[in-house]
Design a protein around this ligand. Structure first.
Ligand SMILES: [Zn+2]
Ligand SMILES: [Zn+2]
Length: 227
C-alpha cells in the first residue's frame, strides 16, 4: 500500500536528481558516480581521511568518548544535496538512498546489539515532523538489527551548530543527552548513527551519556563527514 502510494506520487510529481535536477530519478548515475566515499585508511576515531592508519592529529589532541567511528562519504556534492532534500524538503525517498550509501561501511565496525540514532530536540522534531537519522537508520538496519531511539534522549534544546567552532560546539551539546532506561542500555554494544558529523561534538556528547549508563561499547557511523 505504502509503495503504491509512493508510486502514485511519483507519477504526479516525478522525482528530480538532487545533484543536477535531471527528471525521473532521485539521484542520476552521473551524480552517483561523483559520491566521495571515504575508503580506508581513515581515522579510527572520527572517520575522517588520513594518510596512514590510526587516529588523525585532531583526534589525538581532542580524544572523543567513542570506541571508534566510520564515515561513509564526504559531506559534499551529491551527498550533501541528498541530505538537504531529506532534511529540509522532507523528500523521504532519500532516506533509503542515504542508507544504501552508508551500508557498505557497516562491515568496518564490530557487530552491535542495537542502532541508536542521534535524537533531535523536541522542538526540531516537531518542526521537521521526523528525525532523519532515525529514518535512515531504519532502512540501514532493515530487519537485521534493532533500531532503538528510546535509548537516548535530548535533555535540553541546543541551538543549531552551523558556523560554530569545536569549542563552541562542545559547550553547546555538553550534557544535552541522557539515557532514560538505564537497565535496558546497560551492557549493550551500541552503534550510534547520524546523517552528518562535523567536529563530532554531538556524537561525543551522546557517547558520554551512553558510557555513563554502562554500555559495553559505543561506536558511531555517519553517512557523511563534513570538514
Ligand atoms: Zn544528477
Ligand atoms: Zn580523527
Amino acid at each position: 500500500m505504502h509503495d503504491l502510494w509512493e508510486r502514485a506520487l511519483d507519477l504526479v510529481f516525478p522525482p528530480r536528481c538532487a545533484g543536477c535536477g535531471v527528471r525521473g530519478v532521485l539521484l542520476c548515475s552521473t551524480c552517483e558516480a561523483a559520491i566521495a566515499y571515504i575508503q580506508p585508511p581513515a581515522c579510527s576515531s572520527c572517520g575522517g581521511r588520513v594518510t596512514r592508519p590510526g587516529t588523525c592529529p585532531s583526534c589525538r589532541a581532542y580524544p572523543n568518548a567513542l570506541d571508534g567511528m566510520v564515515a561513509a562519504t564526504e559531506f559534499a556534492g551529491p551527498v550533501r544535496a541528498c541530505i538537504h532534500a531529506l532534511k529540509y524538503e522532507g523528500q523521504r525517498g532519500y532516506a533509503g538512498l542515504l542508507a544504501a550509501m552508508a551500508c557498505p561501511s557497516l562491515a568496518r565496525l564490530p557487530a552491535p546489539d542495537a542502532i541508536v540514532p542521534v535524537p533531535l530536540s523536541r522542538e526540531r522534531q516537531r518542526g521537521r515532523g521526523f528525525n532523519q537519522s532515525l529514518m535512515i537508520a531504519r532502512h540501514l538496519a532493515a530487519d537485521a538489527l534493532p533500531v532503538i531511539p528510546e535509548w537516548l534522549a535530548r535533555t535540553r534544546n541546543t541551538p543549531p551548530q552551523v558556523g560554530q567552532d569545536r569549542e563552541a560546539r562542545q559547550a553547546n551539546v555538553a550534557g544535552a543527552f541522557a539515557c532514560p532506561d538505564l537497565a535496558a542500555v546497560h551492557g549493550q554494544r551500541i552503534l550510534l548513527f547520524d546523517d552528518v558529523a562535523t567536529t563530532g561534538a554531538t556524537l561525543d556528547a551522546c557517547a558520554r551519556a551512553l558510557r555513563a549508563a554502562g554500555v559495553a561499547s559505543v561506536h558511531a557511523l555517519v553517512v557523511a563527514k563534513a570538514r
